[in-house]
Design a protein around this ligand. Sequence first.
Ligand code: SF4
Length: 344
Amino acid sequence: MDRKLIKDIIHSKKLPTNIPDCVTFSRNIFIPVTNVCRNRCQYCGFRQPIDAGEAYLLSKEDVKGILGKNKSATEALFTFGERPEEIPKFKEWLGDLGYSKMVDYLVDLSKMAIDSGLLPHSNMGLLSYDELELLKPLNASMGLMLETTATLSIHERSPGKDPKKRIQTICDAGKLNIPFTTGILIGIGESWEDRIDSLLKIGDLHVRYGHIQEIIIQPFTPKPGTKMSECPPPSFDDIKKTVAIAHEILPKEVHIQVPPNLTSPYELVLCGASDLGGVSEQTIDYINPESEWPSQRKLMEMMQGINLKERLPIYPLFIKKGWYSDEISNLIRKYSDKKGFRKN
Ligand code: SF4
C-alpha cells in the first residue's frame, strides 16, 4: 500500500477518477427471518427487544409467502439478528417451530429457497467453523460485515461486534472456500486510521484465502429512536474518499459495493466502486426501510452510460472457480451465462 497516496486521498479535494468496464448488481428477495438479536448496537434501528410487540420470528409459512412473491430475482437474502436463541423467550419461539438452533432452521429455509428457484445468501452474524460448513452447500455466498477493527463504545453491549471474533468467522469462511461478502460501516466514531486498518485487514484475509468477492462501504444512517439518532451521517466527501482508499488498498478482484438506496452511486463508481449490491423489486430494505430500492431503469440512469450488468449472488470469478455445491449447481447453470453473469 502506498501510504503517501492514501494520505493524499484523505487530504485531497480532487480524487483519482476510475471508469470501470461495467458496474454490477443482483436481484434479491429480502427475508428478514428475525429482528431479535443478542447485541445492542447503538445505531441499530432493526433490532427489537423480545418483549416489544414488534419482535418476531418468521415461520416457514411466512417465508414461503415471501419466496412466492419472486418474479425475477436469483437470490434469497436471509438476514437475522445475531444468535437470538441466547434469549430464553426466543428459544421458546424457535422450539415451537421445532428447532433448538437458528442455524438448523436456516438449513431448512435455505432448502425451501432452493426448491423455489432462488440461490440463498445468508448473513447470520458470527458463526463457528462447523456452522459455516453446515451452511456452505446451501448458500451461493455468505456475508458478515466486519464494520471496523476498532473497539468502539457504541458496541459496548454487542459481544458479537468484537473485531477479533468477526475476523475469525471471515477467516473460517476462507478456509472453507465460501464466496464471501464483508464490509465496513463508516461514520460510527472510527478514525481514518481505523478505516484504513479495517480495509487492510480485509485485503490480507483475501490474499490468504481468495474468498472475498465484495466489500460493502456502508455509510451510517441515523435511525429514529436509537442512541445515535442525533448523530450526523458521514459526509459524501468522506464516503467518496473511503471508496477511493478501498480501491487503492484492495486486490482488484475484490469488488467495492455501494448501496444505491443510501448514496449517489455514480460519483462513487468514479472513485472505484463497481457494484451496487442486491436490489429487490418485491421486498423492501428491512434494515433501511425509509430508503426505497431504485428500479433497474433508475439504476441505468444513475450510471450515466456505464454498462450495467446483472450478476448472481455468487460473482462470475467464483462460478468460474467452481466454488459452489451440487445442491445449487442446477440453479447456477440455469441463471448464468458463459461469463458468469445473469443470462438474458
Ligand atoms: S448485530 Fe445487527 S441486528 Fe444486532 S443490534 Fe447490531 S446492527 Fe442490530
